[in-house]
Ligand binder design. Structure first.
Ligand code: NAD
Length: 309
């Protein structure tokens, strides 16, 4: 029986880039069924809510969601929507898999870092255990806990204590800790020394954004919100309203999110195929979108990935 995925195309460029990812998944023979759900500005207009009950029910039912960006009227609404999702689906970790592609604005050619942060300070133990489990699954060598020496800061001493306890359970993984300011400098000078980074609160946010900046920005990075039995894979950039419907958006972030989704669903071979086709397309520089220095549209880029599958 084929796996059903909840798909939220979202607002602005969301439908353009999510359609691109779905075409690639289908052409790669992933055999998914999709339950389409609305969220954001579009559902506010059509159903009177940013996160309608029907959408929440579909996220709960299928347990795996692929999501485009939403348009928010302000930061407060964005925060409230994130909190609602975090609480309802008990998300405890947000992860960004940050990988550089040659011929892009990435500052280094060979960055491959997973940055993990908490979702509103839910269980720190769950967060850190997740970081180590992911490191083990992916055959990664090191987990580095990023903290501040300001022990009066909420949860920092608890984070450090728990990290040490969890690290003892994973002797096969090297464990390091580093202060946030030093980590920022080292990320800029020599990012290849890092493998999996984990942080809580503001420290977690700083490493996530800094790592994304190293590989050319949010357009090149996929995101995921992870709970016990529910995961949302998503583009991490915004809805870029000025590009919406113009066939100009770069779909890389959501294609990479769909690759992570395949890995999560134990469809590693399909994930490898699509990643290779995407990488070759970006690195050829021939069919890329304007933000990547190319001249092509979302649809040409998508076709070029499909041709290479
Ligand atoms: P944005 O990420 O939408 O845009 C920032 C810049 O990046 C713009 O120049 C935009 O054109 C460009 N850009 C973004 N995505 C691109 C893509 N796929 N291809 C090419 N260029 C791209 O950020 P913003 O302008 O601050 O926010 C726009 C809207 O998105 C706001 O309503 C904001 O609330 C919302 N937002 C949503 C999310 C989310 O749903 N995850 C995250 C951030 C912002």
């Amino acid at each position: 029986m084929s796996q059903t995925i909840t798909v939220i195309k979202g607002d602005g460029v969301g439908p353009d880039i999510v359609n691109s990812a779905l075409q690639i998944l289908d052409k790669a023979g992933c055999d998914f069924s999709y339950d389409f759900a609305e969220a954001g500005q579009c559902s506010l207009q059509s159903q009177g809510a940013f996160l309608p009950d029907e959408t929440m029910a579909l996220i709960a039912k299928n347990k795996v969601t692929l999501k485009g960006p939403l348009t928010f009227p302000d930061k407060q609404t964005q925060h409230e929507v994130n909190v609602l999702l975090n609480r309802r689906f008990e998300f405890y970790a947000k992860l960004r898999a940050v990988m550089s592609f040659k011929s892009t604005k990435a500052r280094y050619d060979d960055i491959d870092i997973i940055a993990i942060r908490d979702c509103e300070m839910k269980s720190i133990e769950q967060l850190v255990t997740f970081a180590y489990e992911l490191a083990r699954q992916e055959g990664r060598k090191t987990v580095t806990a990023v903290h501040t020496n300001d022990m009066e800061k909420l949860n920092q001493s608890e984070f450090i204590d728990i990290t040490k306890q969890v690290a003892n359970l994973y002797p096969d993984i090297e464990s390091n800790e580093i202060q946030i300011s030093h980590c920022c400098m080292q990320l800029v000078l020599n990012p290849n020394q890092f493998d999996v980074l984990v942080g809580v609160g503001q420290e977690g946010e700083i490493i996530s954004d800094l790592c994304s900046g190293l590989v050319g920005g949010l357009g090149m990075v996929p995101g995921a919100s992870v709970g016990k039995d529910n995961v949302i894979f998503e583009a991490v950039h915004g809805s870029a309203p000025s590009l919406a419907g113009k066939n100009l958006a770069n779909p890389t972030s959501v294609i990479l999110a769909s690759i992570q989704m395949l890995e999560y669903l134990n469809m590693g071979e399909k994930a490898r195929q699509i990643r290779k086709a995407l990488q070759e397309t970006i690195e050829s520089g021939e069919n890329t979108t304007r933000d990547l220095g190319g001249q092509q549209g979302t649809s040409d880029f998508t076709e070029a990935v499909i041709k290479r599958l």
